[in-house]
Design a protein around this ligand. Structure first.
Ligand SMILES: [Zn+2]
Length: 94
């Protein structure tokens, strides 16, 4: 039963969420037409050029700490955070 395929297809057919919270991080997608300034991505230390789709991320409840990231850079960083958390949890349990 390819349930993963089905849910991906459904997701594609619906409007994409532009703002959500994951693991204590608040994310907002900035669409190209709304991205009018150049930002520095903390993930790769390169510029995010205007008219580039990217994400704004901040710790939930601390919007003054928001940063602009390339979307793949944030996803890589977020995956690393998750791995670190799993490693810590395993060490505590073991
Ligand atoms: Zn980047």
């Amino acid at each position: 039963m390819p349930s993963g395929e089905g849910s991906r297809a459904r997701f594609r057919g619906q409007p994409l969420a532009l703002e959500w919270v994951a693991d204590g991080w608040h994310l907002r997608v900035v669409q190209p037409y709304r991205a009018l300034k150049t930002y520095r991505c903390p993930g790769c230390d390169q510029e995010i050029f205007p008219r580039t789709l990217h994400v704004v991320v901040w710790p939930e409840g601390s919007p003054e700490q928001r940063r602009h990231w390339h979307r793949p850079c944030w996803e890589r960083h977020f995956a690393k955070l998750g791995q670190a958390r799993v490693r810590r949890r395993r060490r505590r349990d073991g």
